[in-house]
Every structure is written in C-alpha cells, then in structure tokens.
Ligand binder design. Structure first.
Ligand code: GRG
Length: 308
C-alpha cells in the first residue's frame, strides 16, 4: 500500500469520526418505549462505513469556495456537516433495507451482523424508515443554515435523488431483472439510479450551499457521475474477488443472483477497462478547479483502489 493511499485512508477516517460525533450529538434521545429503535439506528450508522459521501460533500464545498475566493469558515463547514450527516443517514437506511431477506438477504454489513440479524426484521425496517425521516429532519431544519432560502431547493434535490426516479427506482430494476434480460444502457440506467444519484446529489447539495457557478456545477456533476460508475464497477469487482473478512459483507452475491451488474455483463477485463476509463473522465472533469480539487482526485483514486 503506497503512502499517499494510506494517508488518504487516515483522512477519510478522521472525516468519519467528525461525522459520527455530529450524528451522536444530534440523534434524538430515547423516550423509553422506542429505546430499541435508537439502539438499532446507532448500531447501523455509527463507527463503521467509509463515509465517502460525507467526504464528497465537505470537499466539494472546499473546492467551490477555494476557486471562487470565498472564505470557507466554520459556519460553512457546519452547514455541510449537517448535509453530510443527513446523506449518511439516508445511505445507511438504504443499506439496512437492502440487506433484508426480501432484498439482498445479507447477514453481514460493514464487518458486523446486518441490522435485521443483530435485532430483528421489524426493527431493521423501522430503523431504516426512521433514518430516512431523520435525514430529512436535519436537512430541512432552517436553524441549521445561514441562508434559509436554500432549504426548499436542498429538500427538492434530495427527494428527487432517492425516490422513484432515483435510488429506489434503480433498486427496483436491480431486483426485477438479471443481466441476461438487459441491454448495456439498461445496466447503466440501474447503476446511475441505484448508486449514482445519491453520489451526484452530494455534489449538488454542496454546490447549493457554497454558491457554485453553473459551469462549476456541471463539471462537478460530471465528476460525480463518472465517479459513481467507477465506484459501482469496483463494487462489482470486489464482490467477485474479495473475501467476507476484508469486505465486511458476503461475497459472490452477484454471481449467484445473476444481478444486473457490470462484471456479469461485461466480464472482468472489460469491466476493469471501463472502470479506469470512468476514473480518467472523472478526474478530467476536475481540471477547471486545479489544485483546489486535489482531495477529490485522491478520493477518486481511493475509490478504484480500495479493498472494501
Ligand atoms: C433499499 C431503498 C433501497 C435502496 C438500496 C444503495 C442500495 C440501494 C443498495 C445497496 C446495494 C449495493 C451494494 C449497492 C452498491 C453501491 C453501494 C451503495 C455500496 C455501499 O456503499 P459504500 O461502499 O458503503 O459507500 P459504506 O458501508 O462504506 O457506507
């Protein structure tokens, strides 16, 4: 493992701790009868997960502020941490539900028992539901922002990204079809919705908070789209080659389920080519930001070289 990669892993770890601390502080207190729900939520969201999406949010804010010569102060950072925590809550909800027997039926996630295995199915469903609502509670709370006029736009973009035409719609396609039923465009559509739309939403929300210019938003969205594709192909490759200990979840799920993923569709070698091509395109989109974007380049590099 080279030093640059190791240093970046440490940066990501520090980011995780910051987000976890904020979430710990902000999560509602148990009211007694819902104690188990809060335990399940904490179990699922805290102390694990790479928190890539929150890093993408805070770094995008730094890049946009840097290029536009706007001070990136604590107030701005705190606004982004609110958004980052909301996105991590929603991402965690999607993973809890994805692991349920009705979906991927996975007993492990993030190196430990999945939420329905640690607790029970009903609690896991409710923990996912409550995390989704809490994400919206955080993001829509006007007292979290300096410019409160931005709140409806943030909610609109997030709702669009995770619903019928976004993450949930993509998940339905993923469940209903195998790679034998689909064209390349169909597989790309599923990936773009299931995984890509939440990643793209991260840069969109951060751009709103930091007043990015239209051409900057376009480049950042292009970056996140290509990053999302590289991320998903890497995920599929890890499913093929990794082991449960390193990955923290079961492997070879996609082969046995004939999931409409890239490795099943293209084969391994072509998938690697496509992944590297998306990585290149994603980094190219950052050219206009120069050195301000160095951490986003490191993130892209990490995404295709990660082991879990
Ligand atoms: C159930 C509504 C609903 C949606 C599920 C995200 C998703 C849609 C399913 C997860 C299945 C999956 C493995 C998708 C591939 C991409 C992905 C989201 C991987 C997990 O993200 P990481 O690697 O996870 O960022 P951590 O644990 O690090 O947060």
């Amino acid at each position: 493992m080279n030093l640059k990669f190791k240093n970046f892993q440490n940066t990501l770890l520090k980011n995780s701790e910051t987000v976890d601390n904020f979430i710990k502080k902000k999560l509602p207190k148990s009211q007694g009868l819902n104690k188990k729900l809060l335990e399940a939520i904490k179990y699922a969201i805290l102390g694990s997960g790479k928190k890539i999406r929150s890093f993408l949010i805070t770094e995008t804010g730094k890049v946009v502020s840097g290029i536009n010569n706007i001070t990136f102060d604590n107030k701005k950072y705190n606004e982004l941490i609110v958004i980052a925590s909301a996105i991590e809550a929603i991402h965690t909800y999607s993973l809890i539900h994805d692991d349920l027997p009705a979906m991927d039926n996975s007993d492990y996630r993030r190196g430990k028992k999945s939420t329905h295995k640690k607790f029970d199915e009903a609690t896991a469903i409710l923990a996912g539901d409550a995390l989704q609502s809490w994400g919206f509670e955080l993001i829509s709370n006007r007292s979290n922002y300096v410019d409160q006029e931005k709140v409806p736009k943030l909610i609109f973009e997030l709702s669009k990204a995770i619903g019928f035409c976004g993450m949930v719609g993509g998940q339905q396609g993923d469940i209903d079809f195998t790679h034998n039923d689909l064209s390349e465009d169909n597989i790309l559509w599923i990936q773009q919705k299931k995984t890509g739309s939440l990643l793209e939403c991260c840069v969109t929300l951060s751009s709103i908070i930091c007043n990015a210019k239209d051409d900057q938003i376009k480049k950042l969205q292009n970056f996140s789209r290509n990053l999302g594709l590289a991320f998903q192909i890497k995920d599929d490759l890890l499913d093929l080659h990794s082991n449960p200990k390193t990955l923290g979840k079961p492997v070879h799920q996609d082969q046995s389920n004939e999931t409409p993923n890239f490795v099943n569709y293209y084969g391994e070698q072509k998938s690697i080519k496509k992944m590297n091509n998306s990585l290149e395109k994603s980094i190219e989109s950052l050219n206009i930001f120069g050195n301000h974007a160095k951490n986003l380049v490191l993130l892209a590099d990490y995404i295709v070289n990660r082991s879990h």
